[in-house]
Design a protein around this ligand. Structure first.
Ligand code: AMP
Length: 429
């Protein structure tokens, strides 16, 4: 009995046609190209430039950049060792982009670097709808600007992609984390508040109480949420300059007509954030509702070995979640590329003619396919249809003798005889 090897759970193939896994849409390759082209177009409107970093990074970069105590580093890294080097399949791109920025001294290009990316990321999470082990992110890192305008620009780029694709059902949540000192002070206050209630916490939260109490704020457990209602709020521990920054971000967003909700519990899973922190959700997506997230990370450069702090702000968005949102909103995606013509050849002589003619037409830039299986006229017409050919060019022995092809418009089904020499011209019409 044959037992074909299957792909790894939590990864998927992008095929020419869309398909569904556990009710989740896996978009076809043409839809991916369309969405990627939209991302590139929106990024270009802001003067952002593309950066491509390796999928393999040194483990140390991710461990230091994201933080040892985060779920990503402590539980979800695909990491391995070869010789004396430790490798990790990147779980995100913010730390890699900052590494590249420092390594190549991109600051010397002058001004602000707006670097965008699209590519695969890897996390060893429990796969479920909208949560995969290999997934794809697009995002931008805007490096070198401290001004609140940079935060707002990044949020506007993020939302711009969804808007350009027609997604409107979104909720933006916003918070400020303060400076490097605010967070430890808040952490202590939160620990002190929660410690007497430890018995009411879930097992996971009890562990986090010691290691990373801020993560408890993400809880979905109703009992914990009730308990947290009276917990100290991060915003009350934030320094004056960060508060002012936050005010300006809010005002600028309102002035641009970008709606947001303040969420004092939004701390995000990563360690390197300072000041602004945000998340974009789609209420239509159910359990995995986060479309994108980001914030300011002025301390990351220091964390990964830079000589000085570099102000930076960015967002990262999940491509698969974006497709789920498009699907939920009923937004149609382009199907595969259309052929200009399918050459339906009947008999050896016609088949030989079709091979040479197809080659010539392709050199002229047309998209042309021919039958390779000596199939019947009906089967070849079906193939022309499946490949969405605009025209079927039908040639049998009569047409070969007359040196004329029968050109059929696949939409209207009208057909006309066209001399071989005029074929290229006719197919362009
Ligand atoms: P994060 O870096 O965790 O904030 O992730 C940014 C975005 O990437 C999220 O808002 C999701 O849209 C997407 N994302 C993160 N992890 C996964 C995953 N395992 N599978 C699919 N999408 C993900």
């Amino acid at each position: 009995m044959s037992n074909p090897i299957r792909s790894i759970t939590g990864t998927f193939d992008v095929l020419p046609d869309a398909y569904r896994v556990d009710d989740a849409l896996i978009a076809g390759s043409a839809a991916w190209r369309h969405v990627e082209a939209t991302v590139r177009d929106v990024m270009a409107r802001y003067g952002a430039e593309e950066i491509r970093t390796p999928i393999l990074e040194p483990t140390e970069l991710i461990a230091r950049g994201i933080g040892q105590l985060t779920d990503i580093v402590s539980k979800e890294m695909f990491a391995f060792e070869r010789g004396d080097t430790n490798y990790v399949l990147r779980p995100e791109l913010t730390a890699p982009v900052m590494r590249a920025y420092l390594q190549h001294r991109l600051d010397q290009r002058g001004g602000v670097q707006r670097l965008y990316y699209i590519g695969p990321c890897f996390r060893a999470e429990r796969p479920q709808r909208g949560r995969y082990r290999q997934f794809h992110q697009f995002g931008v890192e805007c490096i070198g600007a401290e001004a609140p305008q940079a935060d707002v620009e990044v949020i506007s780029m993020m939302i711009g992609v969804y808007r350009a694709l027609g997604v409107s059902d979104m909720k933006l949540r916003l918070n400020t984390l303060g400076d490097a000192e605010s967070r430890p002070r808040y952490r202590q206050a939160l620990q002190a508040f929660l410690a007497p209630h430890a018995a009411r916490l879930t097992e996971t939260s009890r562990q986090r109480l010691e290691t990373n109490p801020l993560r408890i704020l993400d809880t979905k457990d109703p009992g914990e949420r009730a308990l947290l209602a009276d917990a100290p709020k991060l915003v009350d521990f934030v320094d004056g300059a960060s508060r002012e920054h936050y005010d300006r971000v809010r005002n600028l967003l309102s002035a641009q007509g970008i709606a947001f909700e303040e969420d004092p519990f939004l701390v995000r899973g990563l360690d390197y954030y300072t000041r602004t922190s945000f998340e974009l959700e789609s209420p239509a997506l159910g359990a995995q509702s986060a479309l994108a997230g980001g914030g300011r990370y002025d301390l990351l450069a220091l964390e990964v070995g830079g000589r000085e702090a570099v102000p930076a702000v960015g967002f990262a968005a999940g491509m698969e979640r974006l497709f789920l949102a498009l699907d939920a909103a009923g937004i149609a995606m382009p199907a595969a590329e259309r052929l200009d013509a399918y050459l339906v050849a009947l008999g050896d002589e016609a088949s030989e003619w079709a091979t040479g003619t197809a080659a010539r037409l392709r050199e002229g830039g047309l998209r042309v396919a021919t039958d390779l299986l000596s199939r019947s006229m009906k089967a070849q017409m079906r193939e022309a249809n499946r490949l969405s050919a605009r025209y079927a060019v039908i040639v049998g022995s009569d047409e070969m003798a007359a040196r004329e092809a029968m050109v059929r418009d696949m939409a209207g089904a009208e057909q006309e005889r066209v001399p071989f020499d005029d074929l290229a011209l006719r197919l362009r019409a």
